[in-house]
Design a protein around this ligand. Structure first.
Ligand code: C5P
Length: 228
């Protein structure tokens, strides 16, 4: 059963907690990203977990292995349930992140970011491969290096799942037909993403900027559960 994760892309705790409170009971997962974490820090995770949420801390770590290893352990100590590292950080960096968690009080899921859903074909500097090929190559590495899943667009899920059925896929770039794409390029509807095998659908603005976030979330959940 795929999970809807709502991205709390706000710049202060009050707005984020208000939204989390409004959506309570509808969803189990929320995402804390760079903006909110930079402004409010680890106490945000504590507050959201206090509301009963599981927290995806999406810092997309990408640095030298030592730095990523220490940051990964810090994320785990802060209570994150799911974290992200960039697969383009390479094998040593990704394995260092996993090794760091051996001493963690609890073990968050670690997903590797393949290619951002805001990038279209030809927009990744120096890349000779097509984006679907590059995404599949990176997913192969993710499995081999021992990560729990990958972040990809819904468009790449089916091919990744065909190759790696146990590797979980988390897909941003989710839009209903009537929504604008904003800065996302490789988008899919919730129903399409679920049909393609996505395990976690991440949605931000279509819910958090909607006039009625509860109705927007309900429509997305209904689409996720509709037979495709
Ligand atoms: O508002 P929207 O639904 O586009 O938000 C998508 C969320 O997913 C954002 O918080 C963004 O940081 C995140 N994300 C993404 N693409 C990735 C990884 C994460 O859009 N590859």
């Amino acid at each position: 059963m795929a999970e809807l994760v709502v991205a709390l892309d706000f710049d202060d705790a009050l707005d984020a907690l208000n939204m989390a409170t409004v959506l309570r009971g509808q969803i189990s997962w929320v995402k804390v990203g760079l903006e909110l974490f930079t402004m409010e820090g680890p106490r945000m995770l504590h507050s959201l977990k206090g509301l009963g949420y599981r927290v995806f801390l999406d810092l997309k770590l990408h640095d030298i292995p030592n730095t990523v290893s220490r940051a990964t352990l810090a994320c785990a100590k802060g209570g994150a349930d799911l974290i992200t590292v960039h697969l383009m950080g390479g094998e040593h960096m990704c394995r260092a992140a996993l090794d760091a968690l051996r001493t963690a009080p609890s073990r968050p899921l670690v997903f590797g970011v393949t290619v951002l859903t805001s990038l279209a074909e030809g927009e990744l500097p120096g890349c000779q491969q097509s984006l679907p090929d590059l995404t599949r190559t990176l997913a192969d590495h993710a499995e081999h290096w021992g990560l729990d899943g990958v972040v990809c667009s819904g468009r790449e899920c089916a091919a990744i799942k065909a190759q790696h059925p146990d590797l979980r896929c988390l897909t941003p770039g989710i839009r209903m037909d009537y929504d604008g794409a904003d800065d996302q390029k490789r988008v899919m509807t919730p129903a399409q993403a679920v049909a393609s095998g996505s395990d976690f659908l991440v949605v931000g603005r279509p819910i958090t900027r909607a006039a009625d976030p509860v109705a927007a979330a309900a429509a997305i959940l209904a689409d996720m559960n509709a037979p495709f």
